[in-house]
Design a protein around this ligand. Sequence first.
Ligand code: AMP
Ligand code: MG
Length: 417
Amino acid sequence: MDKQTQDPCATPKGLLSVADARARIDALVTAIKGTEQLPIRSALNRILAMPIISSINVPPNTNSAMDGYALRGADLPVSGNTRLKVIGRAMAGAPFSGSVAAGQAVRIMTGAVIPEGADTVLMQEHVTADGEVIEIGSGHKIGQNVRMAGEDMAVGSTVLAPGKQLLPAELGVLASLGIAEVRVTRRLRVAFFSTGDELRSLGEPLEAGQIYDSNRYTLHGMLSRLGIEILDLGVIRDDRDAIHQAFKDAAAIADVVITSGGVSVGEADFVKQTLDEIGKVDFWKIAMKPGKPLAFGTLGDAVFFGLPGNPVSVMATFYQFVQPALQKMMGMSAASSLTLKVPCAVELKKEPGRLEYQRGILQSDDKGNMTVTTTGRQGSHVLSSMSQSNCFIILPAECAGVHRGDPVVVQPFAGLI
Ligand code: AMP
Ligand code: MG
């Protein structure tokens, strides 16, 4: 086929599309068994293994949203002014024990229980107080400034479903229900190591041709944030027996084994050879950039991901393939990742054929209009681009470049909460 007749949208021969790779991984991984009971503070970032059904109303009582006066809505004047007699006080934690009759009001603070007979609160700023008497005008609504019992969470309702990740908001929700401990899925155990004769660990001097191993550190960070139990097996030399042993050791102690390096063709055939001997592993070339080569399969009972060696490829393949798989194994319900379409402030170069995750900087002006720009050099070895960026710019396989002002899809790295 010559260049003229080639379909630019077709996935290049021998390459698996990103969507197909995701689907194949999803078809193989399942949630691990095992749960543990934890105090809620220790359950931060963990995945809920049971439904949380509210045994109380939150708030437990109908209460005031404002500092002011509680009264009967029927006493609100349609026009002109009305005077009411203040018969007591209701404070947060110290309810008024009597009942409010026609022509009466109770001084009330935010969070205090609405006294019997009252159904409306007037803000103190809307009232003229004169000793035991208040004067109110027209324009108020019956029921205003009142929070109903159970308005936030009603007794008997399912507040959190199994699979929910417990973030700061969920810890607060559990606490407001009076729940001190929760059952969460056990921590996923992930073992990882780097491969490469050129790699040195921190603290060792670099000799000619050597580099520091950075992948174990990005992996440590990405895995830690998921609440995973990490087993760092260090750097393994490009040696058949050492690799063989490392794979065996890792598979014996972990639910998931992740390696970096040595998956490109011809580079380290013994990796492929070892995996073929002791596991069921496919070697894929994925139509994506960065991160073309990826090995995926099983090693004994463990799931295996062989990531490429280049540092940006490790991070991109981790976020696009490994993280969703680990989350599924941890019992987390699938969440679609948030993407935005924004104008690109600069021209971007790209060849059609592979889906690209370029590193971008999403920014907004003082009116909230967002644009994205590039971090610059996009080589898969330029790890500083991951540090400078706050989003991936996702350019579809068929895209042949972006003009200034063209809309592009971005995937922000971090949500606020
Ligand atoms: P490989 O996939 O083993 O051919 O490695 C591809 C590139 O990534 C080479 O330039 C390696 O030196 C580099 N690389 C591999 N592993 C690491 C690592 N752990 N940290 C930093 N760079 C690495
Ligand atoms: Mg290597």
